[in-house]
Design a protein around this ligand. Structure first.
Ligand SMILES: [Zn+2]
Length: 309
């Protein structure tokens, strides 16, 4: 399965910053050491272009991100210090989701070991999100004429507020978010389908709500492509999650989403989204589970006999 990584584009953080940047390279190493990717399938993505970004973001916001002229308040809301490397990394992380969408359309499944930056709005970033990769990627594949309808299946514990807002008036992209009701963001936007969960929701509650929500989302949207945000932060050990979902529960989540889409013939691009467990190994375990489950369902072109050599 094709997998895109952008951890070589490091975002410099001050000492003691709480964002677990190490998770990206650790996950890429774990994927590289596995049989998920065949030769040449673990790839660095292209950076998204201004034209691609502007299908989801305002020119003023893009201009000020690129030139480093966002206000201190705007940067605090994002949570990272500005640097040219931050801009490049944000472009590559979104590029990974574009790449995963294109690959998924050819082979059924693909993954981005970054992205899921669902708190980015058209005119602002927040919560460690600068550009909204789901909105950018959905519109990139639509603009290329490859798909009509797209569904964003957001299972990160935080609501996909930026995605919901950017795509609110777009009937061609269905936004589904299952998230902690009391968790950040405290002002929720309106997705096409929101499934809020109470603090402490366990495997049974999470999975029952997910299965019902997924069914509704896929039936309502009949998508040609799904972008699946497989956040690691519903995990019981997550510092920011406030739910009680186990690793086994998250593996079942992956199965429900990925097999549910495959049963309906919907290709899936997996994006990473959040994960803040104290032990980075726990974050990597959850994401690797999502990626390897998708890989197990992928039928590469070489097995279908469509390529030579
Ligand atoms: Zn999150």
């Amino acid at each position: 399965m094709k997998v895109f990584y952008s951890d070589r584009f490091v975002l410099p953080l001050p000492e003691g910053h709480r964002f677990p940047m190490l998770k990206y390279s650790s996950l890429r190493e774990r994927v590289a050491a596995s049989s998920v990717c065949g030769p040449g399938e673990l790839r660095e993505p292209e950076a998204v272009t201004d034209e691609q970004i502007l299908r989801a973001h305002n020119p003023d916001y893009l201009g000020r991100v690129v030139s480093g002229t966002l206000t201190d308040k705007e940067m605090r809301r994002i949570g990272f210090p500005w640097s040219e490397a931050m801009v490049e990394r944000s472009r590559r992380a979104s590029g990974g989701t574009v790449g995963a969408c294109l690959a998924a359309l050819e082979e059924g499944f693909a993954a981005n070991l970054a992205g899921g930056t669902h708190h980015a709005f058209a005119d602002r970033g927040e919560g460690y999100c600068v550009f909204n990769d789901s909105a950018i990627a959905a519109r990139a594949v639509q603009a290329a004429g490859l798909v009509g309808r797209v569904a964003v299946i957001d299972t990160d514990v935080h609501q996909g507020n930026g995605t919901a807002a950017i795509l609110a008036d777009d009937p061609t992209v269905f936004t589904f978010s299952i998230h902690g009701e009391k968790n950040f963001p405290f002002h929720k936007e309106k997705s096409d389908l929101d499934v809020p969960l109470p603090d402490g929701a366990d495997d049974a509650a999470f999975l029952e709500a997910l299965a019902a929500g997924l069914k509704r989302a896929l039936e309502a949207s009949e998508p040609d492509l799904a972008i699946y945000l497989a956040g690691a932060d519903p995990f019981v050990g997550d510092r920011l999650g406030r739910l009680s979902v186990t690793k086994e529960g998250l593996a079942e989540r992956d199965r429900i989403v990925l097999e549910g889409c495959r049963e309906r013939g919907v290709p899936v691009a997996v994006a990473m989204a959040g994960g803040y467990s104290e032990d980075v190994g726990d974050i990597v375990d959850v994401h690797f589970g999502s990626v390897s489950r998708a890989a197990a369902l992928t039928q590469p072109q070489r097995e279908r006999g469509l390529t030579h050599g």
